[in-house]
Design a protein around this ligand. Structure first.
Ligand SMILES: Cc1cc2nc3c(=O)[nH]c(=O)nc-3n(C[C@H](O)[C@H](O)[C@H](O)COP(=O)(O)OP(=O)(O)OC[C@H]3O[C@@H](n4cnc5c(N)ncnc54)[C@H](O)[C@@H]3O)c2cc1C
Length: 323
């Protein structure tokens, strides 16, 4: 079977694209490593219209429930990871072939960890993955004290001493979530002052009695035996090396686009994000569209990802109709 559209991703962008594609009766398959996307990792969402305040997991569930309402019009496969996408047939750039054998549409193969599929168009909505520190001890103690998701893992550190690395919104959000569980929280900011986080977050973190802030502190190494025991950092002003005891390290230094499977296919910007046309959300390859955090869109927010997902699906509809 050949699908008209395969959507890679089940976060706000992919789910919204799925809803629009189903409503347009496009023969669609949605593949997602994890349905719900990043909102499942966010704590309180307070900027999604219609919900003054809602837990990230609850909003993600509402998105997934909404998509499931269209089950008769869209195939949904959660827990399936896309590993490679390759063109089987390039679109004819100008006139159709003279013998009139085929229309000038593209055809792609999408390979996952479970299967292979063919499709006439694709929407890449695969979001982002957390950035790594790349320091000694990080890989060794991954999931043995080193973690990347405060919402998922904060409850594991009840009455423990933890360190948060990163002082943007994610880092401060993680520190605040940890105040509900950990006995002591060290927050490491490599810059001399907070320069990337929102004022509301900064005020809350500065007021939290269990949070100790280290500004101008470059984290150098994570040490331990079976589990994390300590964290080594350098004072960027004095270059003095110090070590603090810690039971856990939350790495919160931002994210990178998740698209290893499309590396050789579409064009990227210097941040590794997929370049899309702002009108249509089409990439540089006809038939491949993209939406949400994985694109070169500057602002990474749920409402924007959802809007882009809708735009991409409607553009796919126009694209397929033109073939
Ligand atoms: C802690 C935290 C708090 C946040 N708080 C807010 C907030 O309060 N308000 C707000 O507006 N935004 C917030 N955000 C940002 C918001 O969650 C993102 O902008 C939004 O989720 C982006 O949606 P997306 O669909 O583009 O990507 P994602 O939500 O990242 O979804 C990507 C999807 O693609 C899937 N995927 C990835 N790779 C593959 C693959 N190879 N094969 C198959 N599937 C794949 C994933 O499993 C997932 O389903 C927060 C983010 C975090 C991490």
């Amino acid at each position: 079977m050949i699908y008209d559209l395969i959507i890679v991703g089940g976060g706000p962008a992919g789910i919204t694209a799925g809803i629009y594609a189903a409503r347009k009766k496009i023969k669609t398959l949605l593949l997602a490593k994890q349905l719900g996307g990043q909102p499942t990792e966010a704590w309180q969402i307070e900027n999604y219209p219609g919900f003054e305040s809602i837990l990230g997991v609850d909003l993600a569930k509402k998105f997934v429930d909404h998509l499931n309402k269209f089950k008769n019009d869209i195939e949904i496969k959660g827990g399936e990871t896309v590993c490679a996408v390759q063109p089987l047939r390039e679109p004819f750039s100008e006139s159709p072939p003279e013998n009139g054998s085929r229309s000038n549409d593209a055809l792609f193969e999408v390979a996952t960890d479970k299967n292979k599929y063919q499709t006439r168009s694709i929407i890449i909505a695969s979001g982002v993955l957390p950035r790594k520190l790349g320091i000694p001890g990080e890989e060794e103690f991954k999931n043995r004290g080193v973690v990347y998701c405060a919402t998922c893992d904060a409850p594991l550190f009840k009455n423990k001493i933890v360190s948060v690395v990163g002082a943007g919104n994610s880092g401060l959000d993680a520190a605040l979530q940890l105040t509900k569980y950990a006995s002591k929280i060290y927050l490491f900011n490599k810059y001399p002052a907070f320069d990337k986080a929102d004022k509301e977050y900064i005020n809350e973190v500065e007021a939290a009695s269990t949070v100790t802030i280290f500004n101008g502190a470059l984290v150098k190494e994570i040490r331990g035996e079976k589990f994390v025991r300590s964290l080594v950092w350098e004072n960027t002003e004095t270059h003095e090396i110090q070590e603090v005891e810690t039971d856990g390290v939350f790495v919160e230094i931002g994210s990178r686009p998740s698209l290893q499977f499309a590396r050789d296919l579409v064009e990227f910007n210097e941040r590794g994000e997929i370049i899309v046309d702002s009108q249509s959300n089409m990439t540089t390859v006809p038939g491949i569209f993209s939406a949400g955090d994985v694109t070169n869109n500057l602002h990474k927010q749920i409402v924007i990802a959802a809007g882009e997902g809708a735009k991409a699906a409607l553009s796919v509809y126009e694209y397929l109709r033109s073939k």
